[in-house]
Each structure stands twice: as C-alpha cells, then as structure tokens.
Write a protein that binds this ligand. Structure first.
Ligand SMILES: Nc1ncnc2c1ncn2[C@@H]1O[C@H](COP(=O)(O)OP(=O)(O)OP(=O)(O)O)[C@@H](O)[C@H]1O
Ligand SMILES: [Mg+2]
Length: 232
C-alpha cells in the first residue's frame, strides 16, 4: 500500500464531514471516491493529501504518519511525493503554460533550463505542447486542465489527489482530460485518488469507493465496488 487511512474523522464545528473512513490505496492504483454533494469527499481528500489534519484517525503514506506531520513537513510532501489537481486548474494567470508547469520544479530547486525542458515534455504528454507559450486566459478550459495536469505530474509524484478534475469541463473535454490522466498515471505507475460525483468519471478508475454522509457505504471495511477497468 502506498497510502492508508484508518478511522479518519473530521468535523467543521458541530458538522461532522468525515466520520471514520478506513481505506487503502495500492501502488499505481486509480481509486475513485464517489458520492452525493456534501458527503465529505473533498474533506476526505484534503485529509489524505495532508492539506488539512483529521480530528481523529491516521493517514499513513509509506511509513510516514501524514496526520502527525508539521505543516512544513506536509507541504514538503505535497511539493515532492504528492500531486494535486482541482476542479479549476488554479494556474497562475501571469505565467505561460510552460512557466506554470515548471514552477513546482523551480520551487524544488531544479535549474531553469532543466525545469523548462521537463515542463515541455509534460505538456507534450498531456497533449497541449502547442499552448506552451500561452497564458491561461488564452486557453480553453480543457487546455487549462491539461496544463494543470502536467503541473501536477511534473515532479513525478507517487500519488495524485484529484478533486472533480473535470467538473468545469463539458463531457468531451472532460473525457479527454481523464483518459489522458489515467493513461499517464498507469504508464508512470502513479497512484490517483479521484474524487467525483459523476459515475461516468468513476468508470475510468480501477476501483470505486462510495461515500455517504461521511462514511463508506460498506461501513468503512474498505471493500471495493469493482468498476469497469479504466474505461476503454
Ligand atoms: N470549510 C467548511 N466549513 C464548514 N463546513 C464545511 C466546510 N467544508 C465543508 N463543510 C461541510 O462538510 C460537509 C462535507 O463537505 P465536502 O465539501 O467535503 O463534501 P463534498 O462531498 O466534497 O461535496 P461536493 O460534491 O459538493 O463537492 C458538508 O456538510 C459541508 O457543508
Ligand atoms: Mg467537493
């Protein structure tokens, strides 16, 4: 297992958002977490990715207890071993696609030339080499999400956390971005935790877990509902 959660609980004031979730993510696995709006998917994902701390329970990445780490240690993990991809790419508007993708490498201390070379290679893998020198405002939504995907993958993370990564796209653009993400993740043996309320999107995963009212449908035993193997 690359990532394990045991009894993860997280509330916002009196509102329980996640109530004791236990799950495992295998090396290179694409795991979908689905469920209706408000069931706690984003909160769970943020706990798994070390963006927020659970109130109770454990999150373990390899041998490291993410839930016990300092903010600094968690952000280091997010810069190196983890990748994140959200509904809106959150690209830096003033930077070109290539500069956006190079940014995580520059922050990690990679030299400018090497960072640009890697950024161009990942833009190419994401199918958007042609927008390398354009700024986000000049790109379509689908192009922006592909650039965001390249940025999430450029550090070659071992696991990518994706929250509704196609939520802002139309069906066709969404399918293309997801297809590409799944293909690249499998090629690089990168695990993906994919949060979505769309069954169609979950169909791209190797396995699906259903969250309802902050708990897994199987009462947290971690039994997976098998899905069609990663789309077509
Ligand atoms: N920052 C917050 N402050 C207070 N309550 C919150 C906060 N974020 C989420 N919640 C509440 O926690 C519960 C779970 O929210 P969460 O965003 O995790 O659900 P979700 O499954 O991702 O929903 P969606 O599909 O709409 O994105 C909801 O009841 C929500 O109102
Ligand atoms: Mg959400």
């Amino acid at each position: 297992m690359i990532l394990s959660a045991r009894g993860v609980v997280r509330s916002y004031g009196p509102t329980p958002a996640v109530r004791g979730v236990t799950l495992d993510v295998a090396e290179g696995e694409i795991l979908a977490v689905t469920g209706p709006s408000g069931c706690g998917k984003s909160t769970l994902l943020h706990c798994l990715a070390g963006i927020i701390r659970p109130d109770a329970g454990e999150v373990t990445y390899r041998d490291q207890r993410v839930d016990l780490m300092s903010e600094a240690a968690r952000s280091r993990l997010r810069r190196t071993e983890f990748g994140v991809l959200f509904q809106f790419g959150q690209l830096v508007a003033e930077l070109t696609a290539a500069e956006n993708v190079a940014l995580p490498l520059l922050l990690a201390g990679t030299g400018r030339r090497a960072a640009r070379t890697a950024a161009l290679a990942w833009l190419d893998r994401a199918g958007v080499a042609d927008v390398a020198d354009q700024r986000p405002g000049q790109m379509s939504g689908g192009q922006q999400q592909r650039v965001a995907m390249a940025r999430a993958l450029v550090t070659e993370p071992r696991i990518v956390f994706a929250d509704e990564p196609t939520g802002a796209l139309d069906t066709l653009a969404g399918e293309q971005v997801l297809g590409q993400l799944v293909r690249v993740a499998h090629e690089h043996r990168t695990a993906v935790v994919l949060v979505t309320h769309e069954a169609r999107v979950a169909g791209h995963a190797d396995r699906e877990l259903v969250l309802r009212d902050g708990a897994l449908d199987d009462s947290g035993l971690g039994i997976a509902v098998p899905t069609g193997r990663h789309g077509r």
